[in-house]
Design a protein. Structure first.
Length: 280
C-alpha cells in the first residue's frame, strides 16, 4: 500500500503541476487577470480541473499511505511544474532554475516532515475564526501592498505568498469543518479566503516569473497552516536545529529561483502585456 500511495501522490503532483502551468500560461501577460475573463478561457479551466484532480489523488494517497511518504511526493509538483511551464512558453528550463527548485523542494520536504503529528481533536470557536480571517487578511493585504513597489520577481513572490497565506487559512478552516466542530457560518466564510487567494495567485502568475511564484505558493501555504495550527488549534511546532536548516534551504532556494527564473509572458489579445513598471 505504501508504494501505491507514493505512486498516486506522485501522479497527483504531476496533475497539480500541469494545472498550475496551464493557468499561469493563460494569466501571464495580462495587466489585470480578472477571474471572469479567465473563466472564459478553456485552457485555464482545464488547468483548474487538473489541479482539482491532483488534490483528489493526494487525498486518496493519504488514505493509503503514511504522511511521511505522501507529503514529499506532493512537494515534487514544483519540480514537475517548471519544465511544463517552460515547454508551454517554448523554451527549456535552465539548469540553475531546476537546481534552485531542487533546493526549495528539499527544504520544504524537511519542514513538512519535521512538523510533529497532532492526534487531538480540532476545535475552533467563533472568536478563533474571526482571528484566523483577520490575521490572514491583514497579512495578505500587507504583502499585496508591498508588491506594488517591488521588482517583477519580487512582485510575483509577494503576490504568490499573499495567496499562500490565504490558502493556508482556507486549509485550516477546512480542517475544522471536516472534524465537525463548526457553525453554519463557518461554511459561509470558507469561500472568502479561497477566492481572494485565487485572485492573488492569478495576479502573481500574470507577472511572468512562474518558478518563483509557484515556489512561494508551495512554501507559504503549508507554513501558514502550521502557524495557524499552533496559534489557534494548540498543535505543536517543530523544535531544534533541523527546522532552522530546512527553513534556510527554502529561503536560499527561493532567492536563487527569483534570480534564475526568466520573465515569461505572452501577449494578451485584449489587454497590453504586463511590464515591470505596471502596478496592480
Amino acid at each position: 500500500m505504501t508504494v501505491l500511495a507514493a505512486v498516486i501522490a506522485l501522479v497527483g503532483s504531476l496533475f497539480f503541476a500541469l494545472g498550475a502551468a496551464l493557468q499561469q500560461f493563460e494569466a501571464s501577460g495580462t495587466a489585470r487577470p480578472g477571474l471572469l475573463a479567465l473563466l472564459r478561457r478553456p485552457r485555464w479551466l482545464l488547468g483548474g480541473a487538473s489541479i482539482v484532480a491532483g488534490g483528489g489523488l493526494h487525498i486518496v494517497a493519504l488514505g493509503l499511505g503514511p504522511l511521511t511518504i505522501v507529503q514529499p511526493m506532493g512537494v515534487a509538483s514544483l519540480l514537475f511544474a517548471l519544465p511544463i511551464a517552460a515547454t508551454l512558453h517554448g523554451r527549456r528550463p535552465a539548469r540553475a532554475e531546476l537546481a534552485a527548485a531542487g533546493v526549495v523542494a528539499a527544504g520544504l520536504i524537511g519542514l513538512v516532515l519535521l512538523v510533529p503529528e497532532h492526534d487531538g481533536p480540532t476545535r475552533l470557536d467563533p472568536a478563533g475564526v474571526v482571528t484566523l480571517l483577520g490575521v490572514s487578511g491583514a497579512a495578505a493585504a500587507l504583502l499585496w501592498a508591498g508588491s506594488l513597489a517591488a521588482s517583477a520577481a519580487g512582485r510575483a513572490t509577494l503576490l504568490a505568498t499573499s495567496s499562500g497565506v490565504l490558502y493556508g487559512a482556507t486549509a485550516t478552516l477546512m480542517r475544522v469543518l471536516v472534524d465537525g466542530a463548526w457553525n453554519w457560518w463557518y461554511l459561509l466564510a470558507l469561500p472568502v479566503p479561497a477566492l481572494l487567494a485565487l485572485v492573488m495567485l492569478q495576479r502573481a502568475y500574470a507577472v511572468g516569473h512562474f518558478g518563483v511564484s509557484f515556489a512561494a505558493l508551495q512554501i507559504a501555504d503549508p507554513l501558514t497552516a502550521v502557524a495557524f495550527g499552533a496559534l489557534l488549534l494548540g498543535e505543536p511546532l517543530p523544535t531544534g536545529v533541523l527546522p532552522v536548516v530546512a527553513a534556510a534551504l527554502t529561503a536560499a532556494g527561493t532567492v536563487a529561483l527569483a534570480r534564475s527564473s526568466p520573465l515569461e509572458t505572452r501577449p494578451d489579445p485584449i489587454r497590453p502585456a504586463l511590464t515591470p513598471s505596471d502596478h496592480f
